[in-house]
Design a protein around this ligand. Structure first.
Ligand code: HMG
Ligand code: MG
Length: 301
């Protein structure tokens, strides 16, 4: 399989990145971050989630953030919706895309969304139907596609099962997620192959957390399979509140640096991206969790 010539990155920093922050991040900062990401050339941004504010307080300002964004016609704004209540709330904000998020692990499903895998599919079905009726694109996330913080290793057959169930209810795209960032290339390949049994190559993406520093090589593995869509997080922000110890997604800056170095187009301006990463890192009073950003900032100085 030849490498793709273009790659689409979805920056999930405002959602996956910030959801786990203990300190309050004002809506104005989140909005500014989204603006900076679109200025840097991102064509899809995962802005927020319509989940319970008791479970994830940082996302309680979802509607305010969505309302504050100056939208561009060529950028897609996606949001997480775990159930009909979340979808109905999200609808007011007119997202271009919604994400239903399930898991290949029973225990993670319970801890994250308080229901079994089978129940989650039952909850997603009316959400997917309503979204598609409203012409909103539906992505599904499959968490713990390689391993679970509570169950350990997850067999590819379980990814295949969730992919099949999501396909059956009308989900249009699935993201294969290494929630805790423990995956290595061959395991990643097997998880991706499992999703590809039910979804076309154009309808899958990789979502790799970078806890063990494997996310770039896992991304490369998927590129060699022809996968051309990935979720990444500005400045490597983030982690899931229900996956203790797991760090953020692979930094967008690092993936862009790798792709451009391979001659693969992203449409992203790396310098502006580094500025966006520095903006949010300054607010959070830490350094960007990106080797490429650190190197480029050092070079500027
Ligand atoms: P539940 O408690 O089972 O829901 O939570 P319920 O229907 O029984 O309702 C209980 C209460 O929650 C009620 O409020 C509802 O109104 C409220 P009360 O009457 O007690 O005041 N409620 C809601 N409020 C706002 N928005 C909603 C909503 N639904 C119910 N949509 C629920 C089920 C899914 C809501 C809950 O478990 C939850 O919010 N979980 C948070 C999950 C989450 O956000 N996790 C992080 C994102 S996933 C992730 O990071 C992984 C990913 O990045 C991929 C990867 O890396 O693996 C995507
Ligand atoms: Mg995630």
């Amino acid at each position: 399989m030849s490498l793709p010539s273009k790659v689409k990155l979805v920056d999930v920093g405002p959602r996956d990145g910030l959801q786990n922050e203990k300190q309050p991040v004002p809506a104005s900062i989140k909005i500014e971050l989204v603006h900076r990401l679109q200025d840097a050339g991102l064509k899809e941004i995962e802005v927020t989630s319509f989940v319970s504010p008791k479970w994830v307080p940082q996302m309680a300002d979802n509607a305010q953030v969505m309302a504050g964004i100056t939208r561009r016609p060529d950028v897609r704004y996606s949001v997480l919706t775990p159930n009909l209540q979340g979808f109905e709330a999200a609808l007011q904000s007119q997202p271009d895309e919604i994400v239903v998020f399930g898991a290949a692990s029973e225990l993670f499903s319970q801890r994250n969304i308080n229901c079994s895998i089978a129940q989650s599919i039952e909850r997603f079905a009316p959400v997917v139907a309503a979204a598609r009726a409203a012409n909103i694109y539906v992505r599904g996330a499959i968490s713990c596609a390689v391993a679970c913080p509570y169950e350990g290793d997850i067999a590819p057959e379980r990814v295949e099962l969730v992919a099949r169930l999501m396909k059956a209810i009308g989900v249009q795209h699935v993201g294969v997620a290494d929630t805790i960032g423990v995956a290595t290339p061959i395991k990643t390949q097997r998880a991706m192959q499992a999703a590809l049994k039910h979804f076309d190559l154009n309808d899958v993406s990789g979502h790799f957390h970078d806890t063990y520093g494997q996310a770039l090589v896992n991304t490369l593995t998927c590129l060699h399979m022809g996968v051309w869509q990935f979720d990444t997080s500005i400045a490597g922000l983030g982690g899931c509140p229900y996956a203790k110890g797991a760090t953020g997604n692979v930094a967008t800056e690092d993936v862009v640096y790798m792709l451009h170095g391979m001659g693969i187009e992203t449409g992203i301006d790396l310098d502006k991206l580094v500025d966006a990463g520095q903006f949010i890192s300054d607010f959070l009073q830490r350094k960007p969790n990106s080797r490429a950003a650190t190197a480029l900032l050092a070079k500027r100085a």
